[in-house]
Design a protein around this ligand. Structure first.
Ligand SMILES: *[C@@H]1O[C@H](CO)[C@@H](O)[C@H](O)[C@H]1NC(C)=O
Ligand SMILES: *[C@@H]1O[C@H](CO)[C@@H](O)[C@H](O)[C@H]1NC(C)=O
Ligand SMILES: *[C@@H]1O[C@H](CO)[C@@H](O)[C@H](O)[C@H]1NC(C)=O
Ligand SMILES: *[C@@H]1O[C@H](CO)[C@@H](O)[C@H](O)[C@H]1NC(C)=O
Ligand SMILES: *[C@@H]1O[C@H](CO)[C@@H](O)[C@H](O)[C@H]1NC(C)=O
Ligand SMILES: *[C@@H]1O[C@H](CO)[C@@H](O)[C@H](O)[C@H]1NC(C)=O
Ligand SMILES: *[C@@H]1O[C@H](CO)[C@@H](O)[C@H](O)[C@H]1NC(C)=O
Length: 548
C-alpha cells in the first residue's frame, strides 16, 4: 500500500517535471470561421494574430465555410523568423518553410487542416494568419508550379544579393487550362510597397503585409513592378535597410473579373537579426572615407571656387575615384575596402595630374570642363534613378550608355557655356551632394543610390534587368531639401564672396607660349563667353588666397 503510494508520488513527480520542462512548448489549436462574405475587391475571409511559443504547433481548422467559395489560400506570416507549415499530416513531404507562407486547399471534399510549427528554440512568435476564399472561376495561384517544393504553391520567394532583389512567384493555373499547357491563360502582375526606412519592428511589418493582401489594399498602396524579361520573376535594385512587401496578382486571360492574390513576401535586403546585418558601412576604411566626405563636401560647396587649385585637385580626385572604382570592379573581383583603397590612391594621382594640368596650362574652360562633366554624370544618374523600370530598349548596354553619356555631355556643355558661374554652380551642386552622401548613410535615406545604382549598372552583371523604383519617404524628402538648400546657399555665398574678383585665378605657372593668335593662347583677352581672363596681372595674384 505504502509502496504503491510512493510509486504514485514518484510518477506524479516525474509527470510534473515533464510538464515543467515543456511548459513553454504547448500545442494550441484554433477553429477559424470562414462565413464572411467576399467582394471583388476583398476576398479575405479571415485575418488575425496568433501567439505561438517556441517548438510548439498550432493546429488550424475551419468552420462555416462561405458557400460560394471553391478554394482557399491559407497564409501564415512571421516576422524575421522561419516557421514551418504542413497540411493534414505532419510529414515532411507536404511542408514548406519560411516566414511568408501560403497553402492551397480545395473546399471539396473537405478543407485541409493546417499545422504551423515554430522550430525556433527560445523564440515565441507572433503570427499573422489570413484566409482568402476564391470562386471556381478564379485562377489558382501557384497552381502550375514547377520550381517550388509542393505541387500547389500560392506563396512567393525573395532572394537578395547586396545589389539586387529577386522576387519569384510560381505560375498560376486558370480554370480554362487545367493541364497547364499554355503560359498565356493567366497574367501575373507584381506589386511592391516599401516599409518605413530603417524600421525593423514587427508592427510596421505586419501593417505593411496587411495592406498588400487584398485587391483594395494593392490598388491603394502597391506600386506596379514592370516586367523585365522573365514572366515569373522580377529583378529590383536592392535598398538594404528599407523593408519591402512584394505581391503577385494572377488575372485570368479569359475572364477579366477573375483574379487571385498570392501570399505576399517581404525582405529588408539585409539580415536585421544578425549584429551589423543591416550595417551598410561595416569596414573602417569606408566609414572613414564617408565621414571625411562631409568636410570635402562643405569645403567644395562654400569655398570651392575661391580656392581654385584645391577645387581642381578635389574634382580630379572624385572623378578618378569613380572611374577607377568602376574599371577595377569590372576587371577584378575585389571586396569593397580593397576596391575603395585602390580607387582613392588612383584618385589622388588623378587629382594631382589634373591640378598639374591647370598649373601648367591654366585654361579655365578646360579646367571647369571636369566639374561640369561631374555634374553631368550626377544629372544623368538622377535621370536613371527616376526612370520607370521596364524600358526594354534601355536594357541593352549600348543604348543605355549612349543615352547616359549624351545626357552627361549635354549637361556639361550647357554648364560650360557660362564658365565662371558654372564653376560656382558645379561646386555648389557637387559639394552639397558630397555633404549629404555620408549623412544619407547615417540617416538611412536612399539618395546615395543615385550614384550607387549607376555604378551597379556599370559593374554588376544582369543589373540591366533591375527595376530601380527607389523609395521616396520623408527621410529622402528631407535629404533632398537639405541638398537643395546647401547647393543654393553655397552658390549664393560663393557668388557674393567672389564679387569684384577676377573670375579665375591665374594659373601659377603657365608653360603655354603667349603667341598672339594662338588658339589656346592667353593672348585672347576675352572669350566669346564673355569671361575675362587676365592671368598675368600681378596685383590680382596678391589677392589670391594662400591656399588657392
Ligand atoms: C507560452 O509560454 C508562456 C511562458 O513562456 C506561457 O505562459 C504561455 O501560456 C504559453 N502560451 C501558449 C499558448 O502555450
Ligand atoms: C506538440 O506537437 C509536436 C508535433 O506535433 C509534438 O512533437 C510535441 O510532443 C507536442 N507537444 C506537446 C506538449 O503536446
Ligand atoms: C458566421 O457564423 C457564426 C456562427 O454561425 C455567426 O455567429 C456569425 O454571425 C457569422 N458571421 C457572418 C459574417 O456571417
Ligand atoms: C454567394 O453569391 C451570391 C450571388 O453571387 C450572393 O448573393 C451571396 O450573398 C453569396 N453568399 C455569400 C455567403 O457570400
Ligand atoms: C530561414 O530559412 C532560410 C532558408 O531555409 C535560411 O536561409 C534562413 O537563414 C532562415 N532564417 C532564420 C532566421 O532562421
Ligand atoms: C498538401 O497540399 C498539397 C497542395 O496544396 C497537396 O498536393 C497535398 O496532397 C496536400 N497534402 C496532404 C497530406 O493533404
Ligand atoms: C468570371 O469570374 C467571375 C468572378 O470570379 C465569376 O463570377 C464569373 O462567373 C466568371 N465568368 C465566366 C464566364 O466564367
Amino acid at each position: 500500500m505504502l509502496s504503491n503510494m510512493l510509486k504514485m508520488n514518484i510518477l506524479h513527480f516525474i509527470l510534473l517535471f515533464i510538464l515543467a520542462e515543456t511548459a513553454n512548448s504547448q500545442n494550441v489549436s484554433a477553429i477559424l470561421p470562414l462565413n464572411k462574405t467576399t467582394s471583388w475587391a476583398s476576398k479575405e475571409l479571415y485575418s488575425g494574430f496568433f501567439k505561438l511559443n517556441s517548438t510548439s504547433t498550432l493546429q488550424v481548422d475551419f468552420s462555416n465555410v462561405n458557400k460560394n467559395v471553391s478554394f482557399i489560400i491559407f497564409q501564415v506570416h512571421s516576422h524575421l523568423y522561419n516557421i514551418t507549415l504542413y497540411n493534414n499530416t505532419i510529414s515532411r513531404s507536404s511542408s514548406v518553410s519560411g516566414s511568408n507562407l501560403g497553402m492551397y486547399s480545395s473546399v471539396k471534399p473537405k478543407l485541409d487542416t493546417f499545422y504551423v510549427y515554430n522550430p525556433n528554440v527560445d523564440v515565441n512568435l507572433r503570427l499573422f494568419i489570413t484566409v482568402h476564399g476564391y470562386l471556381a472561376a478564379d485562377p489558382v495561384p501557384g497552381g502550375c508550379n514547377m520550381e517550388f517544393p509542393i505541387p500547389t504553391s500560392p506563396y512567393m520567394r525573395t532572394k537578395y544579393t547586396k545589389d539586387y532583389v529577386l522576387v519569384d512567384a510560381p505560375a498560376a493555373k486558370d480554370m480554362s487550362d487545367v493541364d497547364c499547357n499554355t503560359v498565356d491563360s493567366v497574367y501575373l502582375f507584381f506589386y511592391k510597397m516599401y516599409l518605413p526606412e530603417r524600421h525593423y519592428d514587427a508592427d510596421n511589418y505586419f501593417d505593411g503585409l496587411r495592406k498588400m493582401m487584398t485587391m483594395d489594399g494593392i490598388t491603394e498602396f502597391g506600386e506596379y513592378i514592370p516586367p523585365s524579361g522573365d514572366r515569373l520573376r522580377r529583378t529590383l535594385s536592392a535598398y538594404p535597410g528599407t523593408g519591402a512587401v512584394y505581391v503577385a496578382v494572377a488575372y485570368s486571360a479569359s475572364n477579366t473579373s477573375a483574379y487571385s492574390v498570392y501570399a505576399p513576401t517581404t525582405t529588408y535586403a539585409c539580415a536585421p537579426l544578425d549584429d551589423d546585418g543591416c550595417e551598410l558601412l561595416d569596414d573602417f576604411l569606408s566609414q572613414l572615407l564617408c565621414a571625411s566626405l562631409i568636410f570635402f563636401g562643405v569645403f567644395l560647396c562654400y569655398f570651392g571656387h575661391r580656392f581654385f587649385k584645391t577645387e581642381m585637385y578635389l574634382i580630379g580626385l572624385i572623378s578618378g575615384v569613380i572611374v577607377t572604382y568602376i574599371l577595377i570592379a569590372l576587371i577584378a573581383d575585389l571586396d569593397r575596402p580593397a576596391l575603395l583603397g585602390v580607387s582613392v590612391l588612383s584618385g589622388m594621382c588623378f587629382g594631382a595630374i589634373w591640378l598639374a594640368f591647370w598649373w601648367f596650362y591654366g585654361m579655365p574652360l578646360f579646367a571647369v570642363m571636369l566639374s561640369t562633366l561631374n555634374v553631368g554624370f550626377l544629372f544623368a544618374a538622377i535621370i536613371y534613378f527616376g526612370l520607370p523600370g521596364g524600358l526594354v530598349a534601355l536594357q541593352s548596354d549600348l543604348n543605355f550608355w549612349t543615352l547616359f553619356v549624351s545626357v552627361m555631355l549635354l549637361t556639361s556643355l550647357m554648364f560650360a557655356s557660362m564658365t565662371f558661374l558654372s564653376n560656382i554652380l558645379c561646386c555648389a551642386i557637387l559639394g552639397a551632394y558630397a555633404t549629404i552622401y555620408p549623412m544619407d548613410y547615417y540617416f538611412g535615406s536612399n539618395l546615395k543610390y543615385i550614384v550607387i545604382n549607376t555604378v551597379r549598372r556599370a559593374t554588376v552583371p544582369h543589373f540591366n534587368k533591375a527595376v530601380l523604383s527607389p523609395p521616396f519617404e520623408w527621410r529622402d524628402a528631407l535629404m533632398t531639401l537639405l541638398w537643395l538648400a546647401l547647393a543654393m546657399s553655397g552658390f549664393l555665398f560663393q557668388h557674393f564672396h567672389n564679387r569684384g574678383r577676377p573670375p579665375f585665378p591665374p594659373p601659377p605657372r603657365s608653360v603655354r607660349p603667349g603667341v598672339p593668335g594662338s588658339y589656346y593662347g592667353v593672348s585672347h583677352p576675352r572669350r566669346r563667353t564673355g569671361v575675362v581672363i587676365r592671368p598675368r596681372i600681378p596685383e590680382q595674384t596678391e589677392r589670391t588666397p594662400l591656399l588657392a
